[in-house]
Write a new protein. Structure first.
Length: 662
């Protein structure tokens, strides 16, 4: 990484701890947001604390991969204002923040109920994602300014939200101690946060304040100074939303939902932030339907006031929340213990090592040579060699996919939704790439460097995995079905194509890229599910089934040996299992690996190589009881189908792609 890569153009914001610049990435010629830690003059203790927070912000943000979380594209150190300080790079969101949108077009005046509900649900989804990590993450500074936006033209959505600024976010600890300072924005701060405690319910409280502001233009807790806000959050009852804006038509049910999320005690709020958001969404959409059916009559919600819940007269929302049709498995309310801020700032909690892990394995370190390095603009999601072995395609987080040639030349795939791409695969002739992005699969002509006419729509929320057989059959796995298309060069020049076959997968769904794989000869299609099952379909119309593995732990990756004789799967429970494709018998079981395998690939000489979060790759031959070698790399791995060449990420930089020639 060199300093010259990011050319600073305009100072966007300046705080005590950091400066944010609009910068140009000289590698990609794109505008980015460059956040640089600021030194605190003549205060080494506070500078050290700021550096700890900045590093933790980077570590938290780079661990997150979600549709509504702003990704980190790169990070490192740079010279700035006569100091050598850390920095990180994020996409530049030219439409600004939710706070900017509120100022330009006040939602309490102009937004529909549907727009309001959608924005709150997006915010809740991003926070719910943080809360369900292991260990859980609490944002601690939920407010409109910390949601960047991309304006949308569609009717149901006014803007796409991206949660940002993890400067005071933290992992929940199993132990706690008293902090020396209160962190956050006082107007949006939960009572327990004022008392230097933190919990997932704190973010719910802050989101409820934001929701009230979107609805009414006013905060439910009002004060003048930070100290007054702190005391008001601790002791004053919140204002009833319908009384803050009588003209909005806020129903008693909406009042009840928001007031429950604003309870002083975290245990009395909703069990999770998604419970709160969906209860509020239902209440809002109910008002929208009622207003649509009676537009000539508008009830003043302040005439009699809302019916507030009491212990003897519980709110209908309190008795109904468990009946909501939530799309996710909800976490239990975190009421058993309270978590306090601590000084110095905590490191990420380390998972206790299992006594069952294989600790006594010895490895031979293989030193690869003749590498071709390629600096990428963002962290890769997947790597895929072309069938002819001349190119590696990379889908990236928050950036358009790239094609890297064996000599290091780079081609960017450019179309409107390219930066939202999740998965990709090559055509049999290595001339085209199928790319899944935003509800459709698009096709990129790698020779002409242009988008082909054909696009295949899908209805699923996301399409994680797809694969193209040697005889031209493209398989897409979306939700609980695999859809097959017979594609040829002429078909790619048309604008639509009917599916040739649909295979239901029942309870088995994809959860990763790289879990749907055709055998090298195209005779067998294998899928590995989130429930641990692995299924294979073969025959002319794939009517015959091979139940490779029964349900268990999630399948993270599937790989074939280049000759098609062996199929292997990497499992979430630290196992790699391989089967003989002819006899269907298990031939390899690597259990108790030192880390969860994330990626799996098999070389021409049938060495199985496993990638994980460790700063090394593990590799071994099928006749070995455990991997015997380590190779340089991390997270992703892909062996060339034609040569003894390995694509992997540099062990110390996850944005550096290395093409090794053994």
């Amino acid at each position: 990484m060199t300093v010259e890569r990011y050319e600073r153009q305009k100072l966007l914001g300046k705080g005590l701890m950091s400066h944010v610049w609009l910068a140009r990435d000289t590698y990609t010629q794109k505008l980015v947001a460059l956040k640089i830690m600021a030194m605190i003059a003549e205060d080494d203790r506070r500078t050290h604390k700021a550096q700890e927070r900045f590093h933790r912000e980077i570590e938290i943000a780079r661990s997150l991969q979600h549709l509504h979380v702003l990704p980190i594209l790169n990070y490192g150190y740079m010279h700035y204002e006569e100091s050598y300080v850390p920095f990180f790079v994020s996409p530049h969101m030219s439409d600004g923040s939710l706070a900017d949108l509120i100022k330009a077009r006040p939602p309490w005046k102009y937004w529909s109920w549907q727009h309001l509900a959608d924005v709150i649900m997006q915010a809740a989804a991003s926070l719910w994602y943080l809360h369900t990590r292991q260990p859980p993450i609490v944002h601690e500074d939920v407010k409109p300014a910390n949601f960047l936006i991309r304006l949308e033209q569609s009717t149901p959505r006014i803007a796409h939200l991206y949660l940002c600024d993890f400067g005071i976010s933290r992992w929940l600890q199993s132990s706690f101690s008293l902090a020396s300072e209160v962190l956050g924005t006082f107007a949006y701060m939960a009572p327990e946060q004022v008392e230097r405690r933190v919990d997932r319910a704190s973010d719910q409280y802050s989101l409820a304040i934001m929701a009230c502001y979107l609805l009414t233009g006013k905060l439910p807790i009002q004060a003048g100074t930070n100290e007054e806000y702190a005391q008001a959050h601790l002791h004053d009852p919140p204002e009833v939303p319908s009384r803050l804006n009588a003209e909005r038509g806020i129903s008693p049910e909406i009042d009840e939902v928001i007031l429950q999320a604003l309870e002083k005690e975290p245990a009395q709020r909703f069990p999770s932030i998604m419970h709160f958001a969906q209860a509020l969404q239902q209440a809002m959409l109910r008002v929208e339907r009622e207003q649509a059916s009676a537009r000539t009559e508008r009830t003043n919600p302040t005439a009699s006031g809302p019916v507030l819940p009491t212990k003897s007269n519980p709110s209908p929302i309190q008795s109904r929340y468990h009946e909501l049709a939530l799309p996710l498995t909800l976490d239990p309310p975190n009421t058993g213990s309270e978590h306090l801020l601590d000084e110095p700032l905590p490191a990420k909690p380390q998972r206790l090592p299992s006594t069952e892990l294989h600790h006594d394995a010895s490895y031979e370190t293989i030193h690869l040579k003749n590498s071709i390095p390629c600096e990428l603009p963002a962290r890769p999601r997947m790597l895929s060699w072309s069938p002819d072995g001349n190119y590696v395609a990379c889908s990236l987080y928050g950036h358009a996919p790239l094609i890297v040639a064996r000599d290091g030349r780079v081609q960017e795939i450019q179309f409107a939704r390219a930066r939202e791409a999740t998965s990709l695969c090559w055509s049999p002739d290595s001339r085209a790439l199928a790319v899944s992005a935003s509800g459709a699969v698009y096709f990129w002509d790698c020779v002409a460097q242009s988008l082909l006419p054909l696009a295949l729509p899908y209805n699923a929320r996301a399409l994680d995995t797809l694969d193209w057989s040697i005889d031209g059959r493209l398989a897409l796995w979306a939700d609980n079905q695999i859809v097959l298309y017979q594609l040829s060069s002429s078909v790619l020049m048309t604008q639509r194509m009917a599916a040739m076959l649909v295979i239901p997968t029942g309870a088995m769904r994809s959860g990763n890229v790289g879990v749907l794989r055709w055998s090298p000869d195209g005779s067998l299609l294998v899928a590995g599910g989130h429930n641990g099952a692995i299924m294979g379909w073969y025959g002319k119309v794939l009517a015959s089934v091979w139940r490779v593995a029964e349900p268990g732990q999630k399948v993270n990756s599937i790989a074939w040996s280049p000759n098609g004789g062996m199929l292997a799967g990497a499992m979430r429970d630290n196992r790699v299992v391989a089967w003989d494709a002819r006899t269907r018998k298990t031939v390899v079981t690597w259990a108790k690996l030192p880390a969860m395998p994330r990626g799996l690939s098999i070389s021409l000489d049938e060495h199985m190589t496993v990638a994980s979060a460790e700063k090394r790759l593990l590799s071994g031959h099928p006749d070995e009881a455990f991997p015997s070698e380590t190779l340089p790399g991390q997270l992703l791995v892909a062996w060339s189908p034609r040569r003894s060449e390995l694509a992997a990420l540099e062990e110390n930089r996850e944005t550096a792609l290395m093409l090794w020639r053994s």
